[in-house]
Design a protein around this ligand. Structure first.
Ligand code: C5P
Length: 222
């Protein structure tokens, strides 16, 4: 597969989970593998872009000729994203950012005590919405993992987060999404939508990058 649809463009992709520290040895995280973000990075590179992944902790090798910036927490991912968006045409948020983080990070390992314990959490910043509402934002693409009413929730996030496009997948189906090597998605932009049937994350990424490149061009030359 070769294309030059992103030739000369800078693409930044967030990928993987974030880790939110509880104390020096514990954290809150999720099962995101990072596979979709990394597959998109390879597809964007193959389409001619200079690509940077801002990556939470994953078990994946850095793709050839792609810059990988390693982060742990949502706060670190936000700081790296704000820095990288300065030199970025297309920003794709594929990371599964933890919605909340512990209010306080204990400086020492928390000791076992009573039968119950509580950890107070505070909301993390919404990275993709922060980037998309900057004064001169890049072309911003988000993801929506939904278990019901996929179109309604995805369109809601497209609007509330100020995104140009959103890639929605139905995570109630265990065969696709998160840790799987294949995925099936519906992309929403403006009043439009396009369904992509189940295929490998790599084949799907090539198709998604072509659609994103096309919409980027339409958006830049209205
Ligand atoms: O609101 P929800 O988490 O479903 O939105 C998913 C989209 O928002 C994804 O593109 C994800 O990468 C992004 N996101 C983010 N920062 C957050 C939460 C989600 O960038 N704190």
């Amino acid at each position: 597969f070769t294309s030059n649809s992103l030739s000369g463009l800078d693409v930044v992709i967030t990928a993987g989970p974030t880790r939110e520290a509880i104390d020096p040895v514990r954290f809150i995280s999720n099962h995101s593998s990072g596979k979709m973000g990394y597959a998109l990075a390879e597809a964007a590179r193959d389409a001619g872009a200079r690509v940077t992944i801002i990556s939470g902790p994953v078990r994946l090798d850095a793709p050839e000729k792609v810059t990988v910036i390693q982060v742990e927490s949502a706060s670190e991912m936000l700081a790296a994203s704000l820095e990288q968006q300065k030199n970025c045409d297309i920003f794709i948020a594929a990371a599964a950012v933890a919605d909340y983080r512990p209010l306080q990070v204990a400086q020492q390992k928390i000791k076992k005590a009573g039968e119950q314990m509580q950890i107070a959490l505070v909301k993390n910043p919404d990275i993709v919405a922060t980037i998309a509402t900057l004064d001169t934002p890049p072309f911003v693409v988000g993801f929506a993992a939904e278990t019901q009413d996929v179109a309604t929730y995805a369109r809601g996030k497209l609007e509330s987060k100020n995104l140009k496009m959103i890639i929605a997948n139905d995570v109630s189906n265990a065969d696709i999404g998160f840790n799987s090597d294949s995925n099936s998605v519906t992309v929403f932009w403006g009043e439009n939508q396009q369904d992509f049937p189940r295929m490998s994350k790599s084949a799907l990424s090539n198709e998604l990058i072509e659609l994103i490149a096309h919409q980027y061009t339409v958006n830049s030359n209205p």
